[in-house]
Design a protein around this ligand. Structure first.
Ligand SMILES: NC(=O)c1ccc[n+]([C@@H]2O[C@H](COP(=O)([O-])OP(=O)(O)OC[C@H]3O[C@@H](n4cnc5c(N)ncnc54)[C@H](OP(=O)(O)O)[C@@H]3O)[C@@H](O)[C@H]2O)c1
Length: 304
């Protein structure tokens, strides 16, 4: 990867693995500088569960940079199908890393706060030891390790509590349930950093531009919305900021809402390293949430 940077060429090509997911959609909708073409490939074109084919497809496309925005993200379902979770979240990224090493392209990969067990007091930094408490978390951690072992030119960005105006996420679930029920019971003893997919896309873009310009700040980073709250705190903010019905909200402990996968009690991420090296920070989480709620309302108005 020596010589002139790809940005010196008339067209720089970025390949995004994933098309319909929250982050992939935000990346497709983002403004990219002239001269950069971004191609998002859905599962029908590049299936991470078929690592050999995925590797060959990336090598055949020979992009200047690869962004992996795809993952097995069904946290609870992963407990009963660990093979699939590990295939998509470990073997798929391993194949992408091998392909990138072959073609000399850097890889930006997105990982999760769920690689931590949540026992730390205070925000997690990148150097903190991982200890996933769920199959999903373990499969994502295995994906990180697989990339590190195969490709020095990687940027792994761990994010958290992602939401967007589309797809399956806590914000949309709360809005739906708020229309259906007068009272919602919401977990109050797990804290994290709500992150808008659009903000994460901005961070990924920042890293992509720096790498394409010849930057070499490889490694593992955290990037999440600024500030933290519990799921209950997030639910309160959603109904304060969104128009429409306001159900009564009751805080409950995690023990009152048993799930197949154990979630970390604390998954607050410290994003200072990414800000220092890539110059991108997320706004306070309530600001990004307000923007997302406006986007949801605008979509609903358009389709009404
Ligand atoms: N959501 C969160 O709260 C959260 C938190 C922390 C980190 N993350 C990480 O952030 C990244 C982006 O998450 P997201 O919220 O955008 O996820 P998402 O909305 O659930 O989208 C995941 C995407 O991955 C695709 N996918 C699943 N299996 C695949 C396979 N075998 N081959 C190719 N594509 C496959 C899905 O395709 P289909 O549309 O075809 O199903 C979907 O488009 C992931 O790495 C995730 O682990 C997410």
């Amino acid at each position: 990867m020596s010589g002139p940077s790809p940005l010196d060429r008339p067209t720089t090509r970025i390949l995004v693995i994933g098309r319909a997911g929250q982050l992939a959609t935000a990346l497709a909708e983002a403004d990219w500088p002239t001269g950069i073409t971004v191609s998002c490939r859905g599962r029908e074109a590049i299936d991470l569960e078929q690592p050999d084919a995925a590797r060959d497809a990336v090598i055949a496309e020979k992009p200047d940079l690869v962004i992996n925005a795809a993952a097995y993200t069904a946290v609870d379902k992963a407990e009963s199908e660990p093979e699939r979770a590990f295939a998509v979240n470990r073997d798929g990224p391993a194949a992408l890393a091998e392909a990138c090493q072959t073609i000399g392209a850097p890889l930006i990969h997105v990982s999760t706060d769920y690689v931590f067990d949540g026992s730390k007091q205070g925000a997690y930094v990148e150097a903190d030891p991982v200890n996933p408490a769920s199959v999903y978390g373990a499969s994502k951690e295995a994906g990180e390790s697989a990339i590190r072992a195969r490709l020095p030119a990687h940027v792994i960005i761990r994010s958290a509590w992602i939401y967007s105006p589309m797809g399956q996420n806590f914000v949309r679930t709360m809005l739906r349930l708020g229309r259906e029920r007068p009272e919602l019971r919401v977990v109050d003893d797990q804290i994290g950093c709500p992150t808008a997919a659009a903000e994460l896309a901005r961070a990924v873009q920042g890293a992509a531009r720096a790498l394409l310009a010849g930057g070499r700040d490889y490694g593992t980073f955290h990037f999440a919305g600024t500030g933290s709250t519990s799921w209950f705190g997030l639910a309160e903010a959603i109904f304060e900021l969104a128009p429409g019905p306001r159900p009564r909200l009751t805080p409950i402990p995690s023990s009152g809402y048993p799930t197949p996968a154990r979630r970390p009690a604390n998954s607050v991420l410290d994003s200072a390293k990414f800000a220092r090296l890539y110059g991108v920070t997320a706004p306070p989480w309530r600001e990004s949430l307000a923007q997302c709620l406006r986007d949801i309302q605008a979509r609903e108005t358009r389709t009404a």
